[in-house]
Design a protein around this ligand. Structure first.
Ligand code: GLU
Length: 439
């Protein structure tokens, strides 16, 4: 049984970078008919906020990334304490007392001597009496004692990985104030919940190395790991500072369509082209984590505009019926209105503008050189209601009387009737007009 999880920390809104992780784990589970867990990594009580948990759920729901169950780390502290006891009993957990300043000093010394800044395990040499003395003045933190061998795995994206555990500091799993850190909680959860596949960003590769040893130490089964590349901006620049502005809720506010975003994120950085799909099933069908490359992946938020327009143009009325109604369109005209506008909107919010024009008449857009022509044409407009032949009859008449043809005939009339240079087929537009242009 395939089990995956998306494990955000509820310390902020999720953004496009998180989405990549969520989507990949979701698709692996769904493709295999397995289980997708939403795991809330909230062991940091100061930074974790319930409102972010709600926001994360709303954002995932908006995209249709449904989870089978929610697990919350803050309600599993007993399990982490038990695992810590187990590691202590196995001699894989030790107490250390260095302050952040002392650790910093050690690292600087090592770097000055050209050595890697790996924790020197000084705490292992402390006698019981020395530990008691230290405990009297400060609280100790707990480190996992790595077995200093090579840690190897075949990564779903990066291929064969081999990391020398001696080049990595023994990870701190419990802080001096007793707070359990993510690495311990994650390992215990992945083991208890039978997680089979873990996809996360390549910033977690070293974590993975230490977690493999920890899973083995608590007698768990090591899952398959895949580390996707990190997103960069269009010119390859780091996105880390901009991710705050690429929150899913901002994209939603700006009218980005879920399928546009999902279609992009499900393929970006893989060997497959980005095509707008209309269902999650189609996206899942073609998804293969092994087709993703390890090079940083360029993300351009501006790509979402055209993809959103394309997603909308492929939709049937029922997918947008609420928005069409909210724009003020009566039910009996909804289908015709949607057929007319669906290729001519950037987002759903543009629907209201087209309905306003149809209902109240446009303010004509008239170039100076067309002014006489346009007033003559508007004066020659037949009475409402217009029909399917009004456009051809009227333009035919204007061609005959003015000698204009082609673009110089049609464009000024389009601009006069719609107030815009671009828009729907005019022959289909006119029958829906309920008012003549404003004069
Ligand atoms: N809470 C961790 C993070 O957001 C989860 C990493 C993981 O997938 O294990 O980075």
């Amino acid at each position: 049984m395939t089990v995956t999880r998306f494990a955000p920390s509820p310390t902020g809104y999720i953004h496009v970078g998180n989405l990549r992780t969520a989507l990949m784990n979701f698709m692996i589970a769904r493709k295999a008919g397995g289980t997708f867990i939403l795991r809330i990594d909230d062991t940091d009580p100061e930074r974790s906020k319930p409102e972010y948990v709600d926001a994360i759920k709303q954002d995932l729901e908006w995209l249709g990334l449904t989870w089978d169950r929610v697990e919350t780390q803050s309600s599993r502290l007993d399990r982490y304490a038990a695992a810590a006891d187990d590691l202590r009993a196995k001699g894989r957990f030790y107490e250390a007392f260095e302050t952040p300043t002392e650790l910093d000093l050690k690292r600087k010394k090592q770097l000055n001597m050209g050595k890697p800044p790996v924790y020197d395990r000084a705490a292992l040499a402390l006698s019981d009496a020395e530990k008691d003395a230290l405990r009297a003045e400060r609280s100790g933190h707990w480190r996992f004692k790595l077995d200093q061998s090579r840690i190897e795995w075949t990564d779903g994206v990066l291929g064969d990985i081999s990391i020398d555990a001696a080049s990595v500091s023994d990870p701190v799993l419990i802080r001096g104030d007793g707070q359990v850190l993510y690495t311990l909680a994650s390992v215990v959860d992945d083991t208890d919940m039978g997680v089979t596949h873990v996809v996360r960003g390549s910033d977690h590769v070293t974590n993975t190395a230490t977690q493999i040893q920890m899973i083995q130490a608590i007698d768990g089964t090591v899952p398959s790991f895949a580390h996707h590349s990190l997103l960069t901006g269009p010119a390859g620049e780091s996105l880390s500072k901009r991710l705050g502005t690429l929150a899913l809720r901002d994209l939603r506010e700006n009218g980005v369509e879920p399928m546009a975003l999902l279609s992009l994120m499900a393929r970006l950085g893989s060997s497959q082209p980005v095509e707008v799909r209309s269902t999650m099933e189609e996206l899942i069908e073609g998804f293969d984590i092994n087709q993703f490359g390890s090079a940083p992946t360029k993300f351009d938020v501006d790509d979402l505009g055209p993809l959103t327009a394309r997603a909308l143009s492929g939709m049937a009325l029922d997918a947008v019926a609420d928005d069409v109604a909210a724009a003020g369109v009566p039910g009996d005209q909804a289908e015709a209105f949607w057929q007319l506008t669906r290729d001519n909107i950037g987002t759903r919010a543009d629907l209201a503008g087209w309905w306003q024009i149809l209902q109240n008449g446009a303010t004509p857009l008239v170039d100076a050189e067309d002014a006489d022509f346009v007033s003559e044409a508007l004066a020659a407009l037949p009475d409402l209601p217009f029909t399917a032949t009004t456009w051809s009859d009227w333009t035919g008449q204007m061609k005959a009387t003015t000698g204009r043809k082609g673009k110089s005939l049609f464009m000024p009339l389009r601009k006069a009737l719609t107030g815009r240079a671009k828009g729907p087929e005019m022959a289909e537009f006119m029958p829906l007009m309920q008012a003549k242009p404003k004069t």
